[in-house]
Each structure stands twice: as structure tokens, then as C-alpha cells.
Design a protein around this ligand. Structure first.
Ligand SMILES: Nc1nc2c(ncn2[C@@H]2O[C@H](COP(=O)(O)OP(=O)(O)OP(=O)(O)O)[C@@H](O)[C@H]2O)c(=O)[nH]1
Ligand SMILES: [Zn+2]
Length: 198
């Protein structure tokens, strides 16, 4: 019995047995034989992978952003090219790319660099649309860090656009969310945009 099966009950009181049975049904639905050697453990693996890819539901963003430090500076802090992997809520297919986050501290209140990447993970590891993912990251930083401004840009390539449907391989979706000084000041916004485009 695999580790997933030992965790007998998941969210909404759904048993692991029922979840794996649903995947077996999907395999039958496409004309496959779920009992053949290569597929016999696939329902279990799929359920474990899905749980892993959506583990952001069980992480509280407030906890991540609660460890802060003091700094002398109230200048912009920017972390760019933070990799993310998410699942589109329409097709349950991956969309992935990079996120760029900047904030302007209030009273020198700063946060560890890794925490910005962790915030990206918390909201990426859920079923998402990129617009909401971008907003949620910006809103969480705005709410828990209370900076003078926060700017977030996501650049994502959506598998559901590449491997099926319109099959466009080279399109990238760019979404942004701005609060405070980045929304109010064109100069701050331009500085952010020029730094991330370098
Ligand atoms: N705005 C937005 N759209 C997304 C995102 N991820 C996937 N989509 C789109 O969601 C839409 C779902 O459209 P539907 O018409 O309901 O589904 P569909 O028939 O599979 O659509 P096609 O992909 O056009 O074949 C598609 O246009 C996808 O490209 C996202 O993060 N943001
Ligand atoms: Zn999709």
C-alpha cells in the first residue's frame, strides 16, 4: 500500500480509494487498460502528484510574511525571475514561468528574500487563473507587510494553449498588480518596469 493510500481520507471526506478509482475511470474512459503493468500504480501516483501540486491550499501566507526585519532604507526592493509552476483551473494543465516582485518598505520594515518566493509558491500551488494568482500575491504582501507600494508581474506560458486547443507554442501571458506608490507614481512604476525588462 502506497503512502497516499495510507492517508485514507482527504479533503471533503473523500477517501483515497474513491480518488484513485476516479482516475481509473478516466483511464478506462480514454480506452486504456488500468490493469496493465505500466498503469497499475498510475491512479495512486496521479493523486499524490495532484496533492503535491496543490499543497498551497494548506499554507498560510500570513505565517510566511510574519518574520520581518528592520532596515535603514525605504528604497525599492526587487526580486525578479522567481520561477513558478501552477495549474490552470480550466483544464488542470500546467502554466509556468517567472514572477517579479517589488515593494517599497514602510519605516524600514523588510522581509527575507526567500519569503517572496515562498509567497509565489503558496498561491501558485493551487488551481488558478494567472490574473487571480498575480492579485493574490500582491494583496498578501500589501496586507501583511504594509509597504508603501507593491508591484507584481507574472509571465506565464500556458500548456492548455500549447498542447491542445489553439496550439500556440510561443505566446506568453503577462499580468500585473500594483498597489500604493506603484499605482500612484508613474516614475516608480517605470523604474520597476525598466528593471524587470533588463
Ligand atoms: N484569462 C485567462 N484565461 C486562461 C487562463 N488559463 C487558461 N485560460 C483560458 O481559459 C479559456 C477557457 O475557455 P473555454 O472556452 O471555457 O474552454 P475551451 O473550450 O477548452 O477553450 P479553448 O482553449 O479555446 O479550446 C481558454 O481560452 C484558455 O486559454 C488564465 O490564467 N487566464
Ligand atoms: Zn487552461
Amino acid at each position: 500500500m502506497s503512502p497516499f493510500f495510507k492517508k485514507a481520507i482527504g479533503a471533503n471526506n473523500i477517501s483515497a480509494e474513491k480518488a484513485t478509482e476516479a482516475v481509473r475511470t478516466l483511464l478506462l474512459y480514454i480506452g486504456e487498460n488500468p490493469n496493465r503493468e505500466g498503469l497499475v500504480d498510475t491512479p495512486d501516483r496521479f493523486c499524490r502528484a495532484l496533492l503535491e501540486m496543490t499543497e498551497g491550499y494548506s499554507t498560510n501566507p500570513e505565517e510566511i510574511l510574519s518574520t520581518t526585519f528592520e532596515s535603514e532604507s525605504d528604497e525599492m526592493v526587487l526580486v525578479k525571475n522567481i520561477e513558478f509552476n501552477s495549474l490552470c483551473e480550466h483544464h488542470l494543465l500546467s502554466f509556468a514561468g517567472k514572477a517579479h516582485i517589488a515593494y517599497i518598505p514602510t519605516d524600514g520594515k523588510i522581509v527575507g528574500l526567500s519569503k517572496l518566493a515562498r509567497i509565489v509558491d503558496v498561491f501558485s500551488q493551487r488551481l488558478q487563473v494567472q490574473e487571480r494568482l498575480t492579485q493574490q500575491v500582491a494583496n498578501a504582501i500589501n496586507k501583511y507587510l504594509r509597504p508603501q507600494g507593491v508591484a507584481v508581474v507574472f509571465e506565464g506560458v500556458h500548456s492548455c494553449m500549447c498542447v491542445r486547443g489553439v496550439r500556440k507554442q510561443n505566446s506568453t501571458m503577462i499580468t500585473s498588480a500594483m498597489h500604493g506608490q506603484f499605482r500612484d507614481s508613474l516614475a516608480s512604476r517605470n523604474e520597476f518596469m525598466s528593471l524587470i525588462s533588463k
